[in-house]
Design a protein around this ligand. Sequence first.
Ligand SMILES: Cc1cc2nc3c(=O)[nH]c(=O)nc-3n(C[C@H](O)[C@H](O)[C@H](O)COP(=O)(O)O)c2cc1C
Length: 348
Amino acid sequence: MALALADAPAPALRIGDLELSSPILVAPMAGITDVPFRRIAMEMGAGLVCTEMVAAEAVVRSVEASLRLLQFPDDTRPVAAQLVGSDPAVMAAAAQVCAERGAMAVDVNLGCPVRKVVGLGCGAALARDVAATARVLAAIVDAVDVPVTAKMRLGWDQGSINAPLLARSLADVGVGAVTVHGRTRCQGYAGWADWREIAGVRAAVDIPVFGSGDLRDPEQIAHHIESGHVDGVVIARGMLGNFWLVRQAAHRLATGENLPDLPFVERIELGRRHLEELIAHYGEARALRIGRKYVAWTIKGCDGASRLRAMVQDLDSRERLDAIYAEALAAGERPEGPYQPIFTSGEG
Ligand SMILES: Cc1cc2nc3c(=O)[nH]c(=O)nc-3n(C[C@H](O)[C@H](O)[C@H](O)COP(=O)(O)O)c2cc1C
């Protein structure tokens, strides 16, 4: 009997009819989760990747820059598109465009804390009004055949935590899963995500709940899932400069074994590979500009990183990139200090 239990395959995690190969998902991140980033994340074993948030208004007006964010090549699937907006009809029409272009799920941003967005009644501001949010999500569920999900914060501030109520209302209108970032809008990125509050959302609904906030260690990620706080996680800042975290977390969950950290030389190889993907996608000049932040994050843990970061600031050729990586390798890695998140702000 014990053997039969041990051999039984883990129950599949599903969002609607979309079956996920792993509960380790990649968070939407503005300016980050483009096609090259998502491709490498999928290679690392992510169960689902997501675009950055895209304004629904711009999608329905066919703004070229927004449509460019909605590209879904075969090797980056399964993939979700994230929309931000507040008008049910506009959101429904934009969701149809996403699905027509190949998105396998549509996610709605209910957590963006940025003034420009909340000032329009979108992101975290929309989530304050549970009934209005449910109307938006219901319109999208009616408009598309793919699963519809939502990503929220705990609430607007400590005095108005509404994530459990919001999640229940969204489940009632057919939303297939929710992600909860364990901070309030007013917290921004300060302090630590509250995983007890996230677990409270999971206890309140029958749909899968994914947790977000301060995930940077495979053991910690496995703990949240294995102890039932959440059905899965979405990784964000912890994987910047360290795609390998996705592989480590997915492997730890699938096998119970810990994969060692990637040796510095291999981390640099992965960083180089990411730059090549960016060049193939954007062309060399633009890719090298976009790629500067990734190079800086990749060499973060090496001796003399601050001097090398100055070289990265005007990275404009492959030769210079090779020189930076060669110097980083020659300098070698220094023992990691305490984890420092790369961004202390963001759009969700
Ligand atoms: C640079 C950056 C951009 C972000 N953009 C988005 C976004 O477009 N949509 C969204 O829902 N969340 C966005 N977020 C929030 C993340 O998805 C995540 O919920 C948050 O960073 C907490 O996770 P972490 O502590 O592991 O980084 C962004 C975060 C960062 C740092």
